[in-house]
Ligand binder design. Structure first.
Ligand code: NAD
Length: 471
């Protein structure tokens, strides 16, 4: 069994001062597959000191130098694509459809940040002022387990592009991926201290990053509850924050939709990343006039979803990441029944033929009411609620009646009508008829789905402070 013993500070692999060992699991088998030695507050402080030391030189670099470094990081990450795939399967269990995307995103993030930089103007004239966009300083990035490697790389790429240096606290549950990322990026040979990686507990290393006076900004992806804790801690020193938090995204099926044509997009958005996706479309709003036609087709489509071994390319839904997550999803399936929703397919327990591993049954509840707790709270598993509505106005009201506002989906045979509905939805992104991701467009949430935006120019500017010089 492997023990991962090192963190990455000032361009070198070092043994942390912290000595707690944390078990790593394979969620498909429940077996312990390794241990990781966790960093502590002293390690967090050493990482911050290294990033602070590297800041003056890096913040003085120009576009060309930053773009060259981003390309080197891309090439280095891409060279370890196969190893990253293996790590994601082993410790997270992502199904093949998601897996390739996640692993490719890690490398691709560096190219996307370089592309943003190519055309970005750091200087502009506004009236009599010369305005310059200046790097914020040391940025702390904190990532979740549901796409650890790609979040490490995308947060790091944006900060580096802006002229900042970085300290990173990856999810402690994703140490195999972090190890591949650290080894890969080391080969790029970039300036020492530009980025530093300390795996550790959230309430230890994450808390130190969120409160240390030498950290100028925290960029966090994770739960809304932890986002609140970080925001409180960061306020003491007025750190800038980007918080990418939870969601309970609506899929609004309009009454003119071609049900057969949209079903793959509906099921795909509902069960993406085995349902462990902040942007999963888990509230499916269906016109009462089409319900009788829709439910049997949805049931058949979901019963065709294949749950199981993530190594099998035919698998659509893999295991939940941990026993805790498995039990949490089971709890919500029980709750939905207690709340009076109708179980259409799925339910409690493991899928037939799977007697171990943290697999759950893809589950649909019909007759759901938007006030039920299982409809309002983020489950983070393959459990969808079908909510009936009478009129389009009511659908928009239900879609917006949520604490969240990360993403939404509109499905219709009339794209202009779908656009009019999209304009009234309170969410950072609205996808019409299964439209694909756009990497340069802003990503982030309204309301309790977060603060700020990542990606493209919006993400870059969130790592800089505008300074007006008047002569
Ligand atoms: P989490 O909030 O439990 O943990 C995320 C990270 O925060 C981990 O690295 C953890 O160690 C750290 N952390 C925990 N306590 C901390 C503290 N007190 N101070 C600083 N850091 C701390 O989230 P998770 O369970 O890893 O991920 C699932 C959640 O992430 C879901 O709610 C999901 O919606 C959200 N998520 C959001 C997005 C998005 O872009 N909006 C993307 C993916 C996941």
């Amino acid at each position: 069994m492997r023990t991962l013993q090192q963190i990455y500070i000032e361009g070198a692999f070092v043994t942390p001062h912290g000595d707690e060992l944390f078990d790593l699991h394979n969620p498909s088998t429940e077996a312990v597959i390794g241990r990781v030695r966790l960093g502590d507050v002293e390690d967090a402080r050493a990482a911050i000191a290294a990033a602070k030391h590297a800041l003056p030189a890096w913040s003085a670099t120009g576009k060309a130098e930053r773009i060259a470094v981003l390309h080197r990081l891309h090439d280095a990450m891409k060279a370890r694509h196969a190893d990253l795939l293996a790590a994601i399967i082993e410790e997270y269990g992502a199904p093949s459809g998601r897996l390739e995307w996640m692993a490719a995103m890690a490398a691709q993030s560096f190219l996307e940040a370089a592309e943003t930089l190519e055309t970005y103007e750091f200087h502009q004239t506004i009236g009599r002022a010369e305005v310059v966009m200046q790097p914020l300083g040391v940025v702390a990035a904190i990532t979740p387990w549901n796409s650890n490697a790609s979040f490490i790389c995308s947060k790091m790429a944006t900060a580096i592009a802006a002229g900042c240096t970085v300290v990173i606290k990856p999810s402690e549950m994703s140490a195999l991926q972090t190890q591949v990322v650290m080894e890969a990026l080391h080969e790029a040979g970039v300036p020492k201290g530009l980025y530093n990686i300390v795996t550790g507990r959230g309430d230890v290393v994450g808390a130190e990053f969120s409160s240390h006076r030498d950290v100028a900004k925290v960029t966090f992806t994770g739960s809304t509850a932890v986002g609140r804790t970080i925001l409180r801690a960061a306020s003491e020193t007025m750190k800038r924050v980007t918080l990418e938090l939870g969601g309970k995204s609506p899929q609004i099926i309009l009454d003119d939709a071609d049900i057969d044509a949209i079903l793959p997009a509906v099921v795909g958005a509902g069960f993406m990343n085995s349902g462990q996706a902040c942007v999963a479309g888990t509230r499916v709003l269906v016109p009462e006039s089409r319900m009788a036609e829709f439910l049997p087709k949805l049931k058949a489509a979901v019963e065709a979803v294949r749950v199981g071994d993530p190594n099998d390319t035919a698998t659509d839904v893999g295991p939940m990441v941990s026993q805790r997550q498995f039990e949490r999803v089971q709890g919500y399936i029980r709750l939905a029944q207690e709340e009076g929703a109708t179980l259409l397919t799925g339910g409690e327990g493991r899928p037939e033929g799977l007697d171990h591993g943290w697999f759950v049954r893809p589950t649909i509840f019909a007759d759901a009411d938007n006030d039920m707790r299982f409809v309002r709270e983020e489950i983070f598993g393959p459990v969808l609620a079908v909510i009936p509505y009478a009129e389009e106005e009511q659908a928009i009201r239900i879609a917006n009646d949520t604490d969240y506002g990360l993403q939404a989906y509109v499905l219709s045979s009339d794209v202009d009508r779908a656009r009019r509905v999209a304009a009234r939805i309170e969410a950072g992104r609205v996808h019409i008829n299964g439209a694909p991701h756009e990497p340069q467009a802003p990503f982030g949430g309204f309301k309790q789905s977060g603060i700020g935006r990542e990606r493209g120019v919006f993400g870059l500017e969130a790592h800089m402070e505008p300074k007006a010089v008047l002569v």
